[in-house]
Design a protein around this ligand. Structure first.
Ligand code: FE2
Length: 439
């Protein structure tokens, strides 16, 4: 049985799933061992080089038996945090330790290493931690202290890892908005969406980490905007708008002053309000002049700002915000970036209130990476519009359960007196209770 485990649980006698990668360097073929389904942390993209005939055994067996502590140390040194073992070929985990994904379930969907419900708790924790770290970082900058780069790097790492295990979990949490600490929560949301988009491009880990930190800090320049402007409800006067718009350049300035940020990271922050057609700010850059990762930040930023609930405006329903972005693809937003964004969010983002062809109302509770039109939903009403005593969870991709149900309309929860978060919580708790009964 194959199990995804944390590297700290890798032990002598376990069989590590791995493959051999060959590379030509200066005319000589070199061979490296690369663990399967593994996640590598940090900026390390180094691999363990193979000598002798070890590659033959790995290729024949689909991996290698961990026979000495040196192996474990080596993989840890290379920054692997998650590896896959085969318990039919070697020792199993001790009973007290759970693998990252339940081996008795069908494999997670393509591109996901663990299931959505297996990651959601870790993602929630990671999000809370990072938002706190970010709040502190913003306060530090505002009061003239330096940013704690180590804390920030640690937080970036935790987010990236969760997204690499199952991006849908962390992305689904971006629906959560907060009245207080708006900037920190907004930065957290934008960062999640940008990293999830970048993850689709199969970038190496050091670039992914750079994008995470830069997108987390994209609005750090707001700490230099006078508070009476920053917190002003409603419309800005022209001179206030001018001041507010300076925050993008300030973000770049702060990162330069702090030091240690590469030019690419500074570009991501400085250019996050630039639009493809030149209508953005601060420089009115156009097309290729805008860094590709800044184009991602621009899309994520607008989406999160539109859907945010503020004192002076209600949040726009997610689907509507997505449509607004789609409408402006090719003009304000980069075409390919919008394409990637739809893939990340799914057509009906988690937390959307929808109506089915059966006239039942439902809330999207889990995306479906195989077909974004058919997510998992919690049915709130019956076809006659009467509320159900408890929400009924139905996976629209499983025909037997779905009974031909399809989503036909997206509704605005504000108009229907539906507390989305309360229902999501109830569905989760009921799910856990069912899970306990099954065991
Ligand atoms: Fe901004």
């Amino acid at each position: 049985m194959k199990k995804l485990i944390e590297i700290k649980h890798l032990d002598i006698g376990m069989f590590l799933e791995a493959e051999v990668v060959r590379e030509e360097r200066e005319g000589e073929e070199q061979r490296f061992v690369v663990p399967l389904n593994a996640i590598q942390a940090g900026s390390s993209t180094k691999r363990a080089r193979l000598t002798g005939n070890m590659h033959e055994r790995i290729e024949r067996d689909g991996g290698l038996m961990v026979s000495s502590p040196a192996y474990i140390d080596r993989f840890r040194e290379l920054g692997y945090t998650t590896v896959s073992i085969d318990t039919d070929k070697g020792k199993d985990l001790p009973e007290t330790i759970k693998p990252l994904t339940d081996p008795n379930r069908p494999a997670p969907p393509p591109g996901r290493l663990v299931h959505f419900d297996e990651e959601i708790e870790r993602a929630t924790e990671a999000r809370a931690q990072t938002t706190d770290t970010l709040k502190t970082a913003l306060e530090d900058v505002a009061s003239g202290r330096g940013v704690d780069a180590t804390a920030l790097a640690g937080a970036s790492e935790v987010i990236t890892e969760s997204i690499l295990r199952n991006m849908d979990a962390m992305v689904s949490l971006t629906r959560i908005k907060a009245h207080d600490a708006y900037t920190a929560v907004h930065c957290m949301n934008v960062c999640t969406l940008v990293v999830a988009m970048a993850n689709g491009q199969k970038l190496n880990r050091s670039i992914l980490n750079m994008i995470t930190t830069a997108s987390l800090l994209h609005d750090v320049g707001k700490t230099r905007v006078p508070l009476e402007i920053l917190n002003k409800p409603g419309r800005f006067e022209p001179h206030e708008l001018q001041e507010m718009r300076k925050h993008a350049s300030y973000s770049g300035d702060i990162m330069r002053e702090e030091g240690g940020f590469p030019e690419e990271a500074i570009a991501i922050a400085t250019q996050h309000h630039e639009m493809m057609n030149g209508s953005g700010y601060p420089l009115g850059l156009k097309g290729d002049q805008i860094h590709p990762y800044a184009r991602m930040t621009a899309v994520a930023d607008v989406y999160d700002a539109l859907t945010a609930k503020r004192v002076y405006k209600p949040g726009m329903p997610m689907y509507q915000a997505l449509l607004r972005i789609i409408k402006n693809r090719g003009t304000e937003f980069d075409d390919d970036t919008v394409e990637g964004f739809i893939k990340v969010l799914g057509l009906y983002p988690v937390g959307s209130l929808v109506e089915m062809n059966t006239k039942e109302q439902a809330i999207v509770v889990e995306p479906n990476p195989l077909d974004s039109r058919k997510p998992k939903v919690a049915l709130l009403t019956m076809p006659n519009q009467k509320p159900r005593a408890v929400p009924l969870v139905a996976s629209l991709i499983k025909r037997s359960e779905a009974e031909g149900r399809e989503i036909t309309k997206v509704l605005d929860p504000e108009n229907f007196d539906v507390d989305v978060e309360e229902i999501m919580k109830e569905v989760k708790e009921r799910g856990e209770a069912t899970e306990r009964r099954r065991r």
